[in-house]
Design a protein around this ligand. Structure first.
Ligand code: C2E
Ligand code: CA
Ligand code: CA
Ligand code: CA
Length: 275
């Protein structure tokens, strides 16, 4: 038993080593990728439920890797977070989002995802402030999407950062609402402008009884607190109709538009204006 235990351990160790090696390669790759401009933002529209007007776009990062092909954020954001590379990557996202916002008409806002690691970094506020100031766009046009996980560790600090962001003029959205350690007290304690209903609830609409109640409750709660409520992952007309009728303010999902490479999206936006 001892012997097989040891060889199991050896296999385990080898597996670990390979994992660490892979992760290290990916880390180095992220740095090179930034230098070689392999990252790209895609834009997905957010649409007012009542009018159908596009009110803004969410920026979603993609990695056009020379060997691996298109790598999705789920595969490299976690590694970037553990290694600290998320800081450089996050700054690039802010810079690029500002550039894109400046190319779009003023009434459109741009949402960007902020990692908890980035959010907690001591230089987050000052870097954000500097990048936005240099870009010349109004902070009101940027919406920062954060998840509940930034709120759990250090309440006071999170509150202080959020308050700073608010007073600087940024809009703040609580992403993936309902999936984390959702606590109702978060919603009244923190100055959110927007809550985004996680797409798992949207997907379950009409098929799971509980989903309808949860969605209705989130919408009533958000609106009662004066926030805009956005549903993500809207894929069918039935979902869109149900959400609009329940009072959801905005919709986002493949039904309304897939994420498009930013250059393409911007061309489309400016062409629509001319027409
Ligand atoms: P998220 O912020 O919840 O983004 C929504 C995800 O749902 C995106 O996946 C989007 O492409 C996808 N999606 C949009 N509409 C639909 C739909 O109708 N159906 C389905 N099934 N999916 C839909 P994506 O682009 O792969 O991003 C995954 C996650 O990676 C994001 O989840 C976000 O947490 C993170 N992420 C993306 N871009 C960034 C970034 O620039 N910085 C950071 N820190 N994280 C990012
Ligand atoms: Ca998001
Ligand atoms: Ca989300
Ligand atoms: Ca998510």
């Amino acid at each position: 038993a001892k012997k097989s235990g040891r060889s199991t351990f050896r296999i385990y160790r080898r597996g670990m080593d390979e994992l660490i090696e892979k992760r290290r390669a990916l880390e180095a790759d992220i740095e090179r990728g930034l230098e070689r401009e392999e990252f790209e933002l895609y834009l997905q529209p957010r649409v007012a439920a009542r009018s159908g007007d596009v009110v803004g776009y969410e920026a979603l990062i993609r990695w056009n890797h020379p060997e691996r092909g298109m790598v999705s954020p789920g595969d490299f954001i976690p590694v970037a977070e553990v290694s600290g590379k998320i800081i450089a990557l996050g700054e690039w996202v802010v810079r690029e989002a500002c550039r894109l916002a400046s190319l779009c008409p003023d009434h459109l806002h741009l949402s960007l995802n902020v990692s908890p690691v980035q959010f907690r970094h001591p230089d987050f506020l000052s870097h954000l402030d500097r990048i936005v100031r240099v870009s010349g766009i109004a902070p009101q046009r940027l919406e920062l999407e954060i998840t509940e996980s930034v709120l759990i560790d250090d309440d006071e600090r999170a509150l202080s950062i959020l308050t700073h962001l608010k007073s600087a003029g940024f809009r703040i959205a609580l992403d993936d609402f309902g999936t984390g350690y959702s606590s109702l007290s978060y919603l009244s304690r923190y100055p959110f402008d927007v809550i985004k209903i996680d797409r798992s609830f949207v997907a379950a609409l009409g098929t799971e009884e509980a989903a309808n109640s949860i969605v209705r409750t989130i919408i009533d709660l958000g609106r009662g607190l004066g926030m805009r409520v956005v549903a993500e992952g809207v894929e069918t007309i039935e979902q869109a109709v149900h959400l609009s009728e329940t009072g959801c303010d905005e919709l986002q999902g493949y039904l309304l538009g897939r994420p498009l490479p930013a250059a393409e999206a911007v061309t489309e936006i400016t062409n629509t204006l001319v027409r």
